[in-house]
Design a protein around this ligand. Structure first.
Ligand SMILES: [Mg+2]
Length: 277
């Protein structure tokens, strides 16, 4: 019979056969979800993304899904990423204590706050930090030493307002003096409910225990429509108790997760290129 019904049935079969095929293929190939630290991973420390890396990353971002997770707050991240942040699927600032999303189709630059964890630092912690600031053997104070970001505290002996040269000088001095390690350890010992980790080149991030970068993995999983994904994290502060360590540690215990330690955006590019070979 060559009636209308047959033609319709033929069309139906063909259309759905190809749809089944694409659904099947999608299930076989897991979607790769990338999670990036920003400072030292996608950009030089406290500086804008380099021209060379931006050229690479602009193209890479067109074909890949990624989230950002930084110890900084949103204005600092935007300054460093210079517009590239809106191409991400989500932005975690303050070590995952704030989550932002944007829709470039609706608004080219605006990010909406999805959630925020509140942290009120205890007074005796602030007193202790002021005392360390006064007593440190480091010779220079650049300003902006205790920064309350609402959901975490950032502490720096040389100060966040110091120049690039002062930053490098403190970073080198800290390597030999071990000042940040000592202060972070003291905080963890004295305030059992708090965590303190070395962040970036000059500072220490302080927040309630567990409210670190590791909290982003669950949020990202909830944010994905396809649940069985492969998660890849790249950060420059994984080793040596840095602020990327808690997330890498959680990934070690979680299925379909991998992490990579990087030293620069140049190396991050090499890692990404190798992965796509
Ligand atoms: Mg970093």
């Amino acid at each position: 019979m060559n009636g209308k019904g047959d033609k319709w049935r033929g069309g139906w079969n063909q259309k759905y056969a190809s749809n089944f095929d694409s659904i099947f293929k999608r299930k076989k190939t897991m979607e790769k979800i990338y999670i990036f630290d920003v400072d030292g991973t996608l950009t030089p420390s406290r500086q804008k993304m380099t021209k060379e890396f931006r050229e690479f990353f602009e193209q890479w971002a067109l074909k890949n899904k990624f989230y950002l997770v930084t110890g900084s707050d949103l204005p600092k991240l935007q300054e460093q990423m210079n517009g590239m942040e809106i191409h991400s699927d989500g932005i975690f600032t303050c070590c995952g204590n704030q989550f932002w999303q944007s829709d470039p189709a609706v608004h080219p630059k605006h990010c909406d706050l999805v959630y925020e964890n509140e942290f009120k630092p205890p007074q005796n912690l602030l007193t202790y930090l002021s005392e360390e600031l006064r007593m440190s053997d480091y010779h220079y104070r650049g300003g902006n030493h205790i920064e309350d970001r609402g959901s975490m505290l950032n502490f720096s002996i040389v100060g966040r307002d110091c120049s690039y040269e002062d930053r490098i000088d403190y970073f080198e001095w800290d390597k030999t003096s071990g000042e940040r390690k000592r202060i972070a350890k003291h905080i963890r010992n004295e305030w059992s409910e708090l965590d303190a980790v070395i962040g970036g080149q000059i500072s220490i991030d302080i927040y309630p225990k567990g409210m670190d970068k590791s909290q982003v993995l669950d949020i990202i999983k909830q944010d994905r429509i396809i649940k069985s994904n492969q998660y890849i994290f790249i950060g420059d502060r994984i080793e040596g108790g840095g602020n990327d360590y808690p997330l890498a540690q959680l990934m070690d215990r979680t299925k379909n997760c991998n992490w990579y330690q990087t030293e620069s955006s140049k190396q991050t590019q090499e890692i990404l290129e190798k992965m796509n070979e």
